[in-house]
Design a protein around this ligand. Structure first.
Ligand code: PLP
Length: 346
């Protein structure tokens, strides 16, 4: 039986073109700055995002970590959402590795951080008791809030706030291309207000490994040193960067298909009458839902029963589940999953 893996877009497999590009990649020692394929990827990514420089990194987590460490000194503070990936799922790296203080404020239902909360989170720079406010982190799309795209206008308003108060703005754009496609905007415009942005090649864009951190020359210089310090200097990394180039050339426009399939899936789920969509989803490639109270299955039982029907999904909190569409989820995958829901939920 074919299995459809809806747990995450990180489960995507590289395309045939990626495999060919990887096999034929020209490589060099990237720690010396001599890998032509890594250099081409970094240049392409920076160009597309409208930033001066790019840096190929192992993962989205490393991109965010380098950004925070490059922007903040020890004892300085980064303000982020309680639903932000950097707070929730990056092992506290910014504090562990950088001595950076995490200051969380709640994400609103639309994924944003309110300007009111940001204002109240600011520290008094003249009070020796307090850490120093240095950075704001926004996430786009906002994963844990529903895969929600965050608007350009809002991002601009936070950037203006940051500038006014001498802070910097980092964008965790792990899925920034999903946001750009959903909002119908060029990605360069969407990230223009941010001082730095990291995006992932290895999620909906299907590359097997890697993210790119982008920003100005000085910032990327610092991040490059930090990457080496953390053991992220990879030698003939062109082998994997080659897939990243194919990802940027060929896999962005098709994200719209993932969004359409998420909408199709959501419509089918509503149709079962036993599922309630949550978190204002779907707005991109993520569908969040809860089962109706009449369903007498524990989380484990439900996930296991779906697995037996060839459908993998994830629980995303008490009584809540997440399904993510991506390149390996076809229309047939959506149909199979809806059939599985009907069977399992009765
Ligand atoms: C919003 C967001 N940021 C960062 C990351 C981290 O990416 P990685 O798994 O490549 O470290 C993820 C991973 O799912 C994510 O969803």
């Amino acid at each position: 039986m074919q299995t459809f893996d809806f747990r995450s877009d990180t489960t995507t497999h590289p395309t045939e073109k990626m495999r060919q590009a990887m096999a034929n990649a020209r490589v060099g020692d990237d720690v010396y700055g001599e890998d032509p394929t890594v250099n081409a990827l970094e240049e392409k990514a920076a160009g597309m995002l409208g930033k001066e420089r790019g840096l190929f990194v192992t993962s989205g987590t490393m991109g965010n970590l380098l950004a925070v460490l490059a922007h903040c000194a020890r004892g300085e503070e980064a303000i982020m959402g309680t639903q932000g990936h950097t707070f929730l799922h990056e092992a506290g790296g910014v504090s562990v590795a950088g001595g950076v203080v995490i200051h969380t404020i709640p994400n609103q239902a639309d994924g944003t951080l309110s300007l009111w909360d940001l204002e109240n989170a600011l520290r008094n720079p003249d009070d020796a008791h307090e850490p120093i406010s240095r950075l704001i982190i926004l996430e786009n799309t906002q994963n844990a809030c529903g895969g929600l795209p965050i608007s350009l206008e809002y991002t601009e308003s936070v950037a203006a706030f940051a500038r006014e108060h001498g802070l910097l703005l980092h964008l965790d754009g792990a899925r920034i291309f999903n946001a750009a496609v959903a909002l119908g905007l060029p990605v360069s415009k969407l990230v223009a207000p941010a001082d730095s942005v990291t995006f992932c090649l290895s999620k909906g864009l299907c590359a097997p490994v890697g993210s790119v951190l982008c920003g100005d020359e000085e910032f990327i210089g610092k991040a490059r040193r930090l990457r080496k310090m953390l053991g992220g200097g990879m030698r003939q990394a062109g082998i994997i960067a080659a897939a990243g180039i194919v990802a940027l050339d060929e896999m962005i426009d098709r994200l719209a298909e993932d969004h359409q399939r998420a909408a199709l899936l959501a419509e089918g789920l509503r149709g079962t009458g036993r599922v309630h969509l949550t978190k204002n989803s779907p707005q991109t490639n993520m569908v969040f839902f809860k089962l109706d109270e009449s369903v007498a299955l524990s989380t484990g039982e439900f996930l296991q029963a779906m697995k037996q029907e060839g459908v993998l999904l994830m629980d995303s909190g008490p009584g809540e589940y997440r399904m993510v569409t991506h390149n390996d989820i076809t229309n047939q995958g959506v149909e199979v999953s809806l059939e599985a829901f009907r069977k399992v939920l009765g």
